[in-house]
Design a protein around this ligand. Sequence first.
Ligand SMILES: Cc1cc2nc3c(=O)[nH]c(=O)nc-3n(C[C@H](O)[C@H](O)[C@H](O)COP(=O)(O)OP(=O)(O)OC[C@H]3O[C@@H](n4cnc5c(N)ncnc54)[C@H](O)[C@@H]3O)c2cc1C
Length: 464
Amino acid sequence: MTRSGPPKADETPVSQTLPEALQSDAVVESREGERDVPRHAAPAGNGAPAGVQATQRAARRVTFQGVDYYDLSSLLTDEQRMARDTVRRFVDERVMPVIEEHYQAASFPRELIEPMAELGVFGANLPEEYGCAGLDNVAYGLIMQELERGDSGVRSFASVQGALVMYPIFAFGSDEQKRHWLPRMAAGQAIGCFGLTEPDFGSNPAGMRTVAERTADGWRLNGSKMWITNGTIADVAVVWAKTRGDEADGAGGVDGAGVGTIRGFLVERGTPGYAAPEMHRKHSLRASVTSELTFDDCEIPAANLLPESGGLKSPLMCLTQARYGIAWGACGSAMACYDEAVRYSRERIQFDRPIGGFQLTQAKLAEMLTEVTKAQLLAYHLGRLKDDGKMKPVQVSLAKRNNVHMAMEVARTARTILGANGITSEYQVMRHMNNLESVYTYEGTHEIHTLVLGQDITGIPAYV
Ligand SMILES: Cc1cc2nc3c(=O)[nH]c(=O)nc-3n(C[C@H](O)[C@H](O)[C@H](O)COP(=O)(O)OP(=O)(O)OC[C@H]3O[C@@H](n4cnc5c(N)ncnc54)[C@H](O)[C@@H]3O)c2cc1C
């Protein structure tokens, strides 16, 4: 494994990197095939506040066993299974104990960056020569699933770092840029953000107004970006801007108005003219940093252009990578909500019997499990296609669209099963439900992916 040193003697298996875990006797292989949902203590919401809270905290500490009705585990390689189980344990041990507090405080759990880096989750499907784990895409997807089982904000951090910053540097960067940034980012020593969306251009990024003008020494950026994950804490921003004075202008111009090609630039923290104030008062993705980026005559050296980037296709290629991870991540949120709803339905007593004994509750659970299972199969096969080099962006659109919508429905249904308790921070469902509102909108809204599919089916674009 290329990442950091060997594990210390007192470390638990979770502190191993993913490939190290593959060779370890300490990580016991767990197959998800059994439908054995672990028991938890007493019912919550029984009218005894102190006891309820203790019980609820105990319930939260229950180790997650996964949801795998169709025995997908049996199709996984040892490496894929170990990647999943290692991150699952990390989420149980490190994410779950702190995530609600961070969510309530609207703070990102920065203390998780270093351990996530030690596990090798950042850019896990990028090559080992750049300090990355070099895992296949199914293993990478399973990592995203497990992270989002903890919280969409934690998965978003890893998605942006890996798929939206490390990937464009890997795909469009110079050798020097790759060697400088990728090992640092894999090790969590540098944090990245991806600036495409603008205040007036979300679903239609081709209209962007941010401009990079050629100067004697490099580029001068002017404009602004909005809704940028990790922005305020990022050491480097991948910023997409239309060029002026670039030799590539005219070759791939996108707006026909005398402004050139969209290209990617690396803007480092502290560059004069660059600011990244945090956006506050969110109801969703509260354990995630969301920021504006502003560029006011921001001068960057010529070496900070991503030389192989050109045209809107470049940022869209990055979004395909990130949406792939989201298709898996949404399964994780849904699995967490389903699991919590099953536990609750077995324990919560009304009319002298567990609410799980009522047909209406069982119908909800059957529907949730069916949809989770279908989404998992979709994500898994998409991963196989990606590993075979056959995955098409429209297939990613289908999976992102379906799986995030599925997860929202599962979260909402789980919330109803938990009754009043479902709205409290003692349970996960409403945090996931609120988070998924952002996931539904970012990386291409549900509606835009519908139009992508509609165009692919009919050959007729229906955007305007
Ligand atoms: C928490 C969070 C984090 C984010 N992180 C990032 C990030 O890191 N980097 C980044 O660049 N961006 C990020 N985004 C921005 C995100 O990608 C955009 O919000 C998204 O692309 C939608 O743009 P918009 O919000 O401007 O909505 P709009 O484009 O204004 O759309 C509003 C509504 O109109 C619909 N609509 C738009 N056009 C059409 C059409 N032609 N036909 C039918 N319906 C249409 C949309 O589907 C939507 O329902 C983030 C957003 C959020 C909420």
